[in-house]
Ligand binder design. Structure first.
Ligand SMILES: *[C@@H]1O[C@H](CO)[C@@H](O)[C@H](O)[C@H]1NC(C)=O
Length: 315
């Protein structure tokens, strides 16, 4: 099977997803020297050495390694990777060593400009990046492509989906980790009655409003409350009353609120099982590193699922 999958397995099993996102002060000169040697040294290219370093460093450390590399050798590390590596392995290494905002802006640009039309690109990025990061991505998008992310979103999406994405782009989601139990119950009831009104059609605006503004912690309690009161999963109610990519995006938000680790694990699993969507796998590796997933239990589940999928597919 493809070596990218073995790389994914290696990266996941060596703790990428549970690495500490805190940034050290060391310039990581040694890593830069080791990568340079592995890429352009006298022997054949040592891919394992590169994987070993890259998979064990945080996003922040990789930026420092890039800077140390450039100041020592006068070349950008990404240029040397492009020159010496090939295929999907090259793509993954370039993605991991590119500044996150540049990478996400590029992914969005490709998705919105028909180069790769994929709603999953949109929700993978919009769910996992907070308001400040989305602002930074918007600036980079404008700068790199001389186009506005908001204009492109408005062109690519219609109706309710458009409202949902514009709201996600513009609303500062509450980032508190406090829970207001009274609001959780009130919102659960409002969502239920918006999906299944006593008269008239379902009211999507209520979903757009609540699912884009309350914190993920609060939303997690709201959907648990929903289940308690109405004895149904909110995903089922959304699926029965809304359609298409709007419905799928609402469900993605709910699943991310339930567990961000679980969400990323499921998407990784999707990428492996459904016609091996390499670009999604690469994006999720970047997101996983960037989000700095902390839950060991979830990470072990991810490892188990990714690794067993790999071993099943090679045998
Ligand atoms: C943020 O959410 C918490 C918990 O739900 C709530 O108590 C607080 O008032 C919210 N803050 C704002 C600015 O809405």
């Amino acid at each position: 099977m493809d070596r990218l999958i073995s790389l994914m397995t290696f990266v996941v099993t060596t703790g990428l997803l549970i690495s500490n996102p805190a940034c050290g002060v060391s310039p990581h000169k040694n890593d830069a020297i080791a990568i340079h040697f592995a890429l352009v040294g006298p022997q054949a290219i040592d891919e394992d050495a590169i994987i070993n370093i890259v998979s064990q460093r945080t996003t922040c450390e990789l930026q420092q390694i890039s800077a140390a590399y450039e100041s020592r050798y006068g070349n950008k590390i990404i240029h040397d990777i492009r020159d010496h590596l090939t295929g999907k392995f090259e793509e993954l290494m370039v993605a991991l060593l590119t500044k996150c905002t540049d990478f996400y802006a590029q992914e969005l640009y490709n998705a919105l400009n028909g180069i790769r039309s994929n709603e999953k690109v949109l929700f993978d990025i919009f769910l996992t990046q907070n308001h400040i990061k989305l602002q930074a991505i918007q600036d980079v998008y404008q700068n790199n492509y001389q186009k506005s992310l908001k204009d492109d979103l408005e062109q690519f999406t219609t109706n309710n989906l458009k409202k949902l994405y514009i709201k996600m782009l513009e609303t500062q989601r509450n980032e508190s980790t406090d829970i207001n139990y009274i609001d959780a119950e009130k919102d659960a009831r409002e969502l239920y009655h918006a999906a299944i009104p006593e008269d008239g059609a379902p009211k999507p605006d209520k979903f757009v409003e609540i699912l884009t503004s309350v914190s993920y912690t609060q939303l997690r309690h709201t959907i648990m409350k929903f289940n308690d009161i109405f004895d149904q999963h909110i995903e089922t109610v959304i699926d029965n009353n809304f359609v298409g990519d709007f419905s799928r995006t609402l469900i993605a938000i709910v699943q991310y609120a339930r567990s961000k680790e679980g969400y990323i694990a499921n998407r990784l699993y999707d990428g492996l099982t459904n016609d091996l969507d390499y670009q999604s796998l690469i994006r999720l590796m970047v997101i996983g590193k960037n989000v700095g997933l902390q839950s060991i239990r979830e990470a072990i589940q991810i490892r188990h699922r990714v690794a067993s999928e790999y071993f099943v597919s090679v045998s």
